[in-house]
Design a protein around this ligand. Sequence first.
Ligand SMILES: Nc1nc2c(ncn2[C@@H]2O[C@H](COP(=O)(O)OP(=O)(O)O)[C@@H](O)[C@H]2O)c(=O)[nH]1
Ligand SMILES: [Mg+2]
Length: 412
Amino acid sequence: MGRDTVIGLVGKPSSGKSTTLNSLTDANAKVGAFPFTTIDPNKATGYLEIDCACARFGKQNLCKPNYGYCRDGKRGVPIMLLDVAGLVPNAHLGRGLGNKFLGDLTEADCLIHIVDASGTTDAEGKATRGYDPINDIEWLQEEIFCWILGNLMDKWPLVVKRHIATKSTTLETLRAQLGGYSANKQLIARALDLVPNLPPLNEWDNEWIEKVVRSFMNVKFPTVLSLNKMDHPDADKNVLKIILKHPTLKCVLTSSITEVFLRKLAAQKYIKYDLGTEFVDTIDDLGPESGLKPLDDKLRNRIENIRDLVLYRFGSTGVVQLLQAAADLLELVPVYPVRNINSFAGGSGDEVFRDCMLIKKGTPVISVARKIMGDVTIAHIETVGGIKVAEDDVVDKGKNDILSFKLVPGGR
Ligand SMILES: Nc1nc2c(ncn2[C@@H]2O[C@H](COP(=O)(O)OP(=O)(O)O)[C@@H](O)[C@H]2O)c(=O)[nH]1
Ligand SMILES: [Mg+2]
């Protein structure tokens, strides 16, 4: 059975990893302004916001997810987040918590690189002013590259000897070497395919090995950049530089501290806040019948500032979009297994779309069945309208995404 998707939050100390994690979850990752606050990888559940299938059928009021939530057709699907302990330049040589950090990384299917776009922390996370965050983007990639390359080079002469002696294919040998990074055969095959004119493994010189490692890294760790601390006045010019220099990188502008603050105010009933949007309303906007608490001048000013500096300028705090960007990069499609393909109900009761899982686009429906049902004998698979779907038909956005698995009676 497949494992669930894991998104790793990486970045130098004090870039805002724990704050971002907090802003996306209810977990209390320790937040602090000094390096190595996070000693152990901190796992938490985030919620990917999607348009729920219930809205397609006007069944919003019957939609009751077993996990996560659905509010009027906007569904939060749980997704695993991993806050990876502080990384400093030259971690692959064992600096800081270097190799431990890198080891934790292997679990991730994609990375969100949190960059302190304000330039108020240096390469090691210490307070400063005017640091150029473009350095962080480059050294983090180099760090991962050097780590994987170093691990491979240590053993390379032996690897080649074995490769020849056992008459293995390039894919088989590399799989044995790179499988430890939670990389399956398809992933490694894809990485190899992306290197043009690649000769057989026993002919590789250092340059070929480096090309293969770069390609593997791109496939194994697709990355979204979170340009964080956008509330800071110095952030704008730094972001412009980053986008001009790295136009192909996927970037999201964020202010995770603002998201944490808004969620707290909403929980305390000072504001009404639609997560991920620019809409923040107070009692001044909605009147006393809203049930919101009155604001003092200090709080009123802070909310006004947040509107001016973050919400109206960037459209939101960006953190909800961050998970969506990661899901896009991984081509994840929400898939709804249902018991009854006509009513979309689960077991008993009228409630619909109880389950939702995130599946990579292009996955055959039979693999989805296996992931959910295990090794039972499946008679056939149906989608909306009771239409039969062939086992090797694939999942896509809005297509073959609502599925009912019919078992052979008495079979297993
Ligand atoms: N201005 C600003 N500060 C932030 C933001 N996010 C985090 N910080 C601050 O940056 C410091 C480090 O944050 P933390 O989440 O502990 O960083 P980590 O070491 O990467 O986990 C803390 O003082 C946070 O309050 C943000 O969006 N804006
Ligand atoms: Mg932290």
